[in-house]
Design a binder for this molecule. Structure first.
Ligand SMILES: NC(=O)c1ccc[n+]([C@@H]2O[C@H](COP(=O)([O-])OP(=O)(O)OC[C@H]3O[C@@H](n4cnc5c(N)ncnc54)[C@H](OP(=O)(O)O)[C@@H]3O)[C@@H](O)[C@H]2O)c1
Length: 244
């Protein structure tokens, strides 16, 4: 098992990519602390610890870290997966919505890093941040999300250098369009869902969406000792979208 004796926090674990990461990590032997805003998570298993709350709130993040210290002593792996997409033309986006996107994708990631790095053991640890292909390229209607996910990449790179002397690795997975429930329901809301899906797929070199499990495979690699000499890296899992 690739995560035997490893303790791990997964944020936004209740659905989509976070649920797939949790399932991969459990299969590989990790002990899991899961978190998200919803009060209950269907995916939580008897051996998991689940704590609900808002990661935009530093008081909650600090209490989550205390919980982790009490339950596990130390935390080896932290997957910062939670996030929020908000689409709007730039000139029509309300300032409060813009702040929410930046908080939910970037500043909350900073809070998790700040409060969980001190819990990593003396031998080191691994952070994996889930950014997006839109952290590397722009897209109309997604400007604030892109800015937040691009900021997350630079947060990870800076932290990777700052914490390298402690052997804390910090890496990024940048998924392309992934067939998670939130994306599938957005497709269903279109007047012709199948035509819309084909159009979106045609923009991707591999001509299809990722599955949440394919993204979780990359997260698992960067979390495990198989990537022991990789830090500050961005791994696109986007079917070639950013290869253009
Ligand atoms: N699906 C895609 O096509 C795609 C592509 C590129 C990148 N991504 C990124 O991949 C990650 C997972 O996406 P997904 O599609 O699996 O989305 P999702 O199903 O909406 O999952 C996001 C999770 O984040 C949690 N969350 C959001 N804001 C939070 C906050 N302030 N505090 C605590 N939890 C919070 C949500 O928890 P609750 O539901 O409990 O509120 C939710 O479980 C996100 O960072 C997303 O930006 C997704």
């Amino acid at each position: 098992m690739r995560l035997e004796k490893v303790t791990a926090l997964v944020t936004g674990a209740g659905s989509g990519i976070g649920a797939a990461v949790s399932s991969h990590f459990r299969r590989e032997g990790a002990r899991l602390l899961l978190t998200g805003r919803r009060e209950r998570m269907d995916i939580v298993q008897p051996d998991d610890v689940y704590v609900s709350g808002d990661l935009n709130d530093e008081v909650f993040v600090a209490s989550l870290a205390e919980h982790a210290a009490g339950a596990f002593g130390s935390v080896d792996v932290v997957v910062i997966n939670h996030g929020l997409q908000a689409s709007s033309p730039l000139t029509e986006m309300a300032y409060d919505d813009a702040k929410n996107v930046l908080h939910s994708n970037l500043l909350s990631a900073f809070l998790v890093m700040k409060h969980f790095a001190p819990l990593m053991p003396a031998a080191g640890g691994s952070f994996v941040c889930v950014s997006s292909r839109l952290g590397m390229v722009g897209m109309p209607g997604e400007v604030l999300y892109s800015a937040a996910k691009g900021g997350l990449i630079m947060l990870a790179k800076g932290a990777a250098i700052e914490w390298a002397p402690r052997n804390i690795r910090v890496n990024v997975v940048a998924p392309g369009l992934t067939a998670t429930p939130i994306i599938e329901s957005a497709f269903r809301r279109r007047s012709d869902p199948e035509a819309y899906r084909r159009e979106r797929e045609s923009q991707i070199p591999l001509q299809r969406l990722a599955s949440p499990e394919e993204v979780a495979d990359a997260v698992l690699f960067l979390a495990s000792s198989e990537s022991s000499y990789i830090t500050g890296a961005v791994l696109p899992v986007d079917g070639g979208y950013t290869a253009f």
